[in-house]
Write a protein that binds this ligand. Structure first.
Ligand code: GLN
Length: 451
């Protein structure tokens, strides 16, 4: 049924870059055979899923939305992929994304944009617009996203779906093509809170192949998602994430969600996190710095594209031609920003200062979490904008991440849950919930209360 649905709508939505129906059906039949044999199965065995095209899977291409990796077939499975396959999930294919996960609209994909199923003239968010749109268009009941600065949560908000960025280190980054290694985190995307929790439980947990993976029990997200009990919970509204610059419908639905939680017995307080105002500046130095370093591996020798290798050119010339042809404009912009920020004369002024801001943001979170169990804000300042509107204005694009960036910089858990439609345009609004590291279960408790 999901393959039929993809066939029917994906020409317009373009949530998928690659679909392998035969492999999916074979995987589904394997689950059927286990059922027939009376073998025990996990709760998600046989459930179809879309995988963001930045996670490796043997036997399928991994492009990261880039020309650079057009025909790259990784020889191994990411840990997240392996856990999905072992749990019997049926991978339908790989979902579209901004090139190397840089963007907030999926318009930076080298393979064309994804469209928002609520209004196909609008963006589905990014970088994981494919994963979110596949859910909203009923092409898949579950997808995997990755979140470096909001790429799970912002697409979830603008497509009316659920997206969770686990605590940094809560899910393995092994086999996730690195954008910014200190920020990247894979996580579950779904249409309901319980679905997301069940998927979270499958992919989370310690992985010796990822040196930043946390060796501790996975928080009990499924019990929390089934409960939804927020009575007595202390919920902090972050003063700096709201007010001027937020669409009226976003503010209205956010206020209503907070009132709902208060009505269910939560204790709502206002908290101030003054350093959050500097998160955008710090993120757009740290992320490009790490990205410029990580992307150095695309040297025309080891992975994917190679241009101009006709026996007359040096390795350096081939590398330059390949990087010129293989990377899109946004990726080049960030490589330039990153190498500049890391260059010896400017390192302290830019990268060093950004790291100090990062520490201040972490301290703001620590102080706020002493008073509150979770923090809340809108997920993103606006509803989805028309395709093309911000492509020539990087700063306007970056501002979509205002509310989501602090949690990546601090490494805590955060999620976006549907908060209804904005009255002015009838488009989805998301509520962001943030929890302390390894308290991911609290996100699901709040999400379930709202549902
Ligand atoms: N929109 C942000 C960026 O462009 C977030 C990216 C992400 O989370 N992968 O960097």
């Amino acid at each position: 049924a999901h393959l039929d649905r993809i066939e029917a709508v994906d020409e317009v939505v373009h949530a998928f870059l690659h679909v392998d129906g035969e492999r999916a059906l074979e995987a589904a039949r394997a689950v059927d055979a286990k059922v027939a044999a009376g073998e025990p199965l996990g709760p998600l065995a046989g459930v179809p899923l879309g995988l963001k095209d930045v996670l490796t899977m043997r036997g399928a291409p991994t492009t990261c939305g880039s020309r650079m990796l057009r025909d790259w077939h990784p020889p191994y499975d990411a840990t997240v992929t392996r856990r999905l396959l072992e749990a019997g999930l049926v991978v339908l294919g790989k979902t579209n994304m901004d090139e190397f996960a840089m963007g907030s609209s999926t318009e930076n994909s080298a393979y064309g944009p994804t469209r928002n199923p609520w209004d196909t003239s609008r963006i589905p968010g990014g970088s994981g617009g494919g994963s979110a749109a596949a859910l909203a268009a009923f092409e898949a009941p579950l997808t995997i996203g990755t979140d470096t600065g909001g790429s799970i949560r912002q697409p979830a908000a603008v497509t009316g779906t659920v997206g969770v960025k686990p605590t940094y280190g809560g899910t393995s980054r092994y086999g996730l093509v690195a954008l910014a290694s200190s920020l990247d985190q894979p996580g579950p995307c779904a249409r309901t809170v319980l679905d997301a929790a069940l998927l979270h439980q499958v992919i989370a947990g310690h992985d010796p192949l990822d040196s930043t993976s946390i060796d501790a029990p996975v928080p009990d997200v499924v019990t929390a998602a089934r409960s939804g009990d927020v009575a007595g919970m202390r919920i902090g509204v972050v003063r700096e994430l709201g007010g001027e610059g937020y669409a009226p419908g976003v503010e209205q639905r956010f206020t209503e969600a907070v009132e709902l939680l208060s009505g269910l017995g939560a204790e709502v307080v206002e908290v101030s996190c003054p350093s959050f105002d500097a998160a955008l500046g710090a993120y757009y130095l740290i992320m490009p710095s790490e990205a410029s370093s990580n992307l150095a591996r695309f040297d025309a020798m080891r992975f994917g594209l190679r241009v101009g290798d006709d026996g007359t050119r040096s390795a350096e010339e081939v590398m330059n031609l390949t990087r010129e042809a293989g990377f899109g404009a946004e990726v080049k912009r960030r490589i330039i920003i990153g190498t500049y920020a890391l260059s010896s004369g400017y390192y302290d002024a830019y990268y060093g200062s950004a790291q100090k801001v990062r520490t201040l943001i972490k301290r703001d979170f620590d102080a706020a979490f002493e008073r509150c169990d979770v923090l809340v804000s809108p997920t993103t300042p606006s509803t989805p904008w028309p395709l093309g509107e911000r492509v020539d204005d990087p700063l306007a694009m970056y501002k979509a991440d205002l509310c989501t960036l602090p949690s990546n910089l601090a490494g805590n858990a955060a999620a976006s849950f549907p908060a209804g439609l904005a009255p002015e345009d009838g488009l989805p609004v998301g509520l962001q919930v943030m929890a302390p590291p390894m308290a991911d279960d609290r996100l699901y408790r709040v999400g379930a209360a709202l549902e």
